[in-house]
Design a binder for this molecule. Structure first.
Ligand SMILES: NC(=O)c1ccc[n+]([C@@H]2O[C@H](COP(=O)([O-])OP(=O)(O)OC[C@H]3O[C@@H](n4cnc5c(N)ncnc54)[C@H](OP(=O)(O)O)[C@@H]3O)[C@@H](O)[C@H]2O)c1
Length: 343
């Protein structure tokens, strides 16, 4: 007699995406390119490693796609352990999304430490080419839609790094090229090199939120507009600070307790006072704080998309609710301004 575990049975039931999945999502054009991205994309940095149940990861991805989130953002080192998020997402692709590959924009990146020795980090051609091959194997994909250099590497000539990105497109392993964490000068230089090579820069992925406004000071969106490139901001919820997560304490399953990237010391009195003030403004708009933070980060139409994280389906759903009201008038923006400062 054959017996099945619950998980195997669940996998055997074929996933059918929602028929209305394209009805409520807002899509924005990525720079001057032909590519549209959802205004809210899903990132797999946290919550998709081996410490989380795979069926919960799958449920978040399913719901995202059901709601029109066509873009899933990964990197070689997302986990833990590094590589695990690509493997786990590869399983979700195989079980759920295989028939829908042409409806998906899947990105990955290389630029941080991935394997030991001189070729597993930074920006050499050797590292980028090998890393992309590894990412494709982990996700069992022929190509990714966007391949990013994850951070600038001052020790490698920019021509070499951009040449490696261009080569990945020519080899059919990536459709578009992105850069992440580059400052405005590095962005302008990268864009010139890429244009000369014949593979224009599609997109930049910087950090940006009400608590992290460096891209405004550096006029990054102006530089990207001049380059014809789009922008997708990461950590628009400041890793959960710009939500109701920490309003009444620190939950045991929160990022502060489960990750080294957000710390209890980040919850200073000054930060929490701003969080409460912003939460009140959100409430008056009939929104959650997270929804207000997302609407605010999308207020410039040159911001193509925001890549959010979610540890539950409920968080994802709530955040997508931001799309119901993206309009902020001058009075509301002025009210927000004193509390939207770098922490
Ligand atoms: N290019 C880069 O260098 C870089 C760097 C960082 C991130 N990224 C990309 O950006 C993506 C998003 O980063 P992020 O996860 O830091 O983004 P985020 O959206 O600022 O933070 C997500 C976290 O906030 C909490 N949260 C989200 N929605 C919530 C809600 N409605 N209510 C309460 N809490 C909520 C959850 O934390 P809990 O775990 O506490 O539930 C969630 O994991 C990453 O996955 C990655 O793709 C890129």
């Amino acid at each position: 007699m054959i017996t099945y575990g619950l998980q195997q049975l669940e996998c055997a039931v074929r996933y059918l995406p929602a028929d209305d999945r394209y009805e409520s999502m807002v899509y924005r054009r990525c720079g001057d390119s032909g590519l549209l991205l959802p205004a809210i994309s899903l990132g797999l940095w946290h919550n998709f490693g081996d410490l989380r149940r795979w069926d919960q990861q799958r449920d978040i991805c399913r719901r995202a796609f059901d709601r029109g989130v066509t873009h899933f953002d990964l990197a070689n080192n997302y986990g833990p352990p590094p590589g695990a998020a690509e493997e786990n997402f590869g399983r979700i692709l195989a079980t759920d999304f295989a028939r829908h590959r042409d409806e998906l924009i899947i990105s990955t990146k290389a630029g941080y430490l991935m394997w030991p020795g001189p070729y597993g980090d930074r920006g050499s051609r050797k590292y980028l080419v090998s890393s992309l091959d590894q990412s494709l194997r982990r996700m069992k994909l022929d190509y990714v839609d966007i391949f990013y250099h994850h951070r600038p590497d001052p020790e490698t000539p920019l021509e070499e790094t951009m040449g490696a990105l261009d080569a990945s497109v020519r080899a059919g392993k990536a459709l578009y090229i992105g850069i992440s964490n580059y400052n405005v000068d590095q962005t302008a230089q990268a864009s010139v090199i890429l244009r000369r090579l014949g593979t224009p820069l599609l997109i930049h992925q910087p950090s940006y939120s009400m608590f992290n406004r460096w891209i405004e000071r550096d006029r990054l969106l102006d530089a990207l507009e001049a380059a014809g490139a789009g922008c997708i901001a990461f950590s628009p919820l400041a890793q959960g600070l710009l939500t109701n997560r920490y309003l009444t304490g620190i939950p045991e399953d929160s990022r502060i307790r489960t990750s080294v990237f957000l710390r209890e010391e980040d919850l200073t009195d000054a930060v929490m006072a701003r969080v409460r003030a912003l939460n009140e403004i959100a409430g008056r708009r009939g929104q959650t704080l997270a929804q207000l933070a997302l609407a605010w980060a999308l207020r410039d139409p040159r911001m193509t998309s925001l890549v959010i994280g979610a540890s539950t389906v409920e968080q994802l759903e709530a955040n997508l609710g931001a799309l119901r009201n993206l309009t902020l008038d001058d009075e509301e923006l002025a009210e927000i301004e004193p509390f939207a400062v770098d922490r």
